[in-house]
Design a binder for this molecule. Structure first.
Ligand SMILES: Cc1cc2nc3c(=O)[nH]c(=O)nc-3n(C[C@H](O)[C@H](O)[C@H](O)COP(=O)(O)O)c2cc1C
Length: 209
């Protein structure tokens, strides 16, 4: 487990046309569904795409989405794009197109009510609504990481991409997503050389012993 965690990297190149074995998909989903979540809400629904045509259609929706060149996180205090960030939508769409397996993650059975409920929360409720929303997202993060690690242990690689949110409307319509789209875990077999471990940010652990 420790080796898998420490060697996992985002892989964006070298995908071969190989399909993903059904047993690997089963394991990936089983591990995703086993993730911890606040109040055991299991606030996810996983949309599994192995159909190359559907995958390409969704990748094309991302590639041609309006505003793709300026799609970066905004600073909520100003509404302006975060400085120094550049859009990666075009690159993300190209990666998605090559994925043999794409798992779109929907946040649905959330106790926080999702983005709409959060956006409509009164000022008095907003802080606690945000806490609930964040807790739901932490569970969603756990399901994504579990699936990613299970994929690694089957010799698969890939990357999770939030960029697909730019085409949320189209993707949700095609996949019957009723809740919030969170992103996609794009996986496949890659013949890219192993990516070395990354340097880890300093000062992120404070020991109080
Ligand atoms: C929530 C989240 C969203 C991400 N969205 C994207 C994305 O849209 N496109 C992309 O290429 N990578 C995306 N990534 C991958 C990150 O860029 C990557 O995890 C980070 O640079 C650290 O590299 P590593 O995964 O190799 O450790 C995302 C990762 C996370 C966890």
């Amino acid at each position: 487990v420790i080796d898998a965690i420490c060697s996992r990297r985002s892989v964006r190149q070298g995908f071969t046309p190989a399909t993903v074995a059904a047993e690997a998909i089963d394991d990936i989903l089983r591990c995703g569904l086993a993730a911890p979540s606040s109040k055991n809400a299991q606030p996810w629904r996983l949309h599994v795409i192995t159909d190359r045509h559907l995958n390409r259609d969704l990748a094309a929706a991302v590639a041609h989405a309006k505003g793709r060149d300026s799609y970066v996180p905004i600073d909520p205090r100003t509404g302006r794009p975060r400085q120094g960030m550049v859009s990666t939508v075009t690159e993300s769409a190209a990666i998605l197109e090559q994925a043999a397996l794409a798992i779109y993650v929907e946040s649905y059975f959330s106790f926080s009510g999702g983005r709409e409920a959060l956006a409509n929360a009164t000022a008095a409720n907003r802080r606690s609504a945000l806490v609930g929303f964040a807790l739901d997202m932490i569970g969603i993060g756990a399901t994504i990481e579990n699936m990613w690690l299970a994929a690694e242990s089957h010799g698969l690689s890939g990357v999770f991409m939030g960029d697909v949110m730019i085409a949320e409307e189209t993707i949700s319509r095609r996949l019957g997503i009723k809740g919030d789209l969170v992103g996609v875990l794009a996986l496949g077999r890659s013949d890219r050389a192993e990516i070395p471990p990354k340097s880890l940010a300093e000062g992120r652990v404070v020991l109080h012993s």
